[in-house]
Design a protein around this ligand. Structure first.
Ligand SMILES: C[S@@+](CC[C@H](N)C(=O)[O-])C[C@H]1O[C@@H](n2cnc3c(N)ncnc32)[C@H](O)[C@@H]1O
Length: 231
C-alpha cells in the first residue's frame, strides 16, 4: 500500500492537476449517486429545521455541495478550498451574489468566531492534513449549536472484496486514463482504506466539542453523512 502524503501542498497540487476532469470522474465513479447524497443533506437540513443564514462549504472543490446549499436560500455563503484550480471550475459553474469563493484551508478560515450556522464538508475530511486542528477551527467559526455536516467515504470496519476490486483495479486505471494523473486515483483508494471509520470519526469529533445528531448510511456502510452539532 502506498505511503500517504497529506501535506496541504501535496493535496492541493493533486487536486489542481485533476480539477478539469474531477466532476466527470466523480459522477462516473459513483454512477451519479454522489448527487443524490448531497441532495439528501439539504432535505435533512429542512427536516431538522437547522438555521441556515450563513453557510460554509469547506473543501468545496468544484462546488457541487455549495450549489445545493444555495437552494436553501442563505443570506451569506462561503466556499473554501486549498486548490485554486478546483475553485476556478466552481467560479465558472456558480454565479451568485451571495457567494464568496476563496482559497483558504480547513485550519484557518477567514471568518469571525461564532458566525456560521451550517458548515458542510463533502469528501474533504479524509484529505485533511490535521483533522484535529480542522475540527477546532470549525468549532471556532460555528455559532453555538451550529451544525457540521460531513459526507465522506469512511474506512470500512469489515473488508469488502467487491469494493477492493473496484477501487484497486477499475478506478486507478480509468482515473489515470482520463485525468492523466497516475497518483490521484491510487491515492483515493489508499486514503479510504486508511481512514477512520465513521464511528471513529464521530468519536474524535465528540472529543473536540461536537455531539452526534444523525449518522446516515448512504452506501455499503462506508459512504456516510454525519450530522454533528457544536456543544
Ligand atoms: C474529493 S474533493 C471534494 C470536492 C467537493 N467537496 C465535492 O463534493 O465534490 C476534496 C477537496 O478537498 C480539498 N482539500 C483538501 N484538504 C483541504 C484542506 N485542508 N482545506 C481545504 N480544502 C482542502 C481539495 O483541494 C479538494 O478540492
Amino acid at each position: 500500500m502506498m505511503r500517504l502524503n497529506k501535506s496541504k501542498e501535496k493535496i492541493g497540487t493533486m487536486f489542481d492537476e485533476i480539477a478539469v476532469k474531477y466532476d466527470f470522474l466523480n459522477h462516473f465513479f459513483t454512477a451519479n449517486l454522489d448527487k443524490r447524497w448531497r441532495k439528501k443533506i439539504i432535505k435533512q437540513i429542512e427536516y431538522f429545521n437547522f438555521p441556515f443564514g450563513t453557510v460554509v462549504d469547506l473543501a468545496s472543490g468544484t462546488g457541487d455541495m455549495m450549489a445545493e446549499l444555495l437552494k436553501l436560500g442563505p443570506d451569506k455563503a462561503f466556499s473554501f478550498d486549498i486548490s485554486e484550480r478546483m475553485l476556478e471550475v466552481q467560479r465558472e459553474k456558480i454565479k451568485d451574489d451571495r457567494l464568496v469563493i476563496l482559497k483558504a484551508d480547513s485550519e484557518k478560515m477567514p471568518l469571525d468566531d461564532n458566525s456560521v450556522d451550517i458548515l458542510t464538508i463533502a469528501f474533504g475530511v479524509r484529505n485533511f492534513e490535521s483533522l484535529e486542528n480542522s475540527l477546532n477551527e470549525i468549532r471556532r467559526v460555528l455559532k453555538p449549536k451550529g451544525i457540521l455536516i460531513v459526507l465522506e467515504m469512511f474506512g470500512m470496519a469489515k473488508r469488502n472484496r467487491l469494493f477492493e476490486f473496484y477501487f484497486t483495479r477499475i478506478m486507478p486505471r480509468f482515473g489515470k486514463l482520463v485525468s492523466r494523473s497516475s497518483y490521484a486515483y491510487e491515492y483515493l483508494h489508499n486514503s479510504v482504506m486508511k481512514f477512520k471509520t465513521a464511528d471513529e470519526f464521530n468519536c474524535l469529533a465528540g472529543k473536540n466539542g461536537f455531539t452526534l445528531r444523525k449518522k446516515e448510511n448512504n452506501f455499503l456502510k462506508f459512504v456516510y453523512s454525519v450530522y454533528l452539532q457544536k456543544v
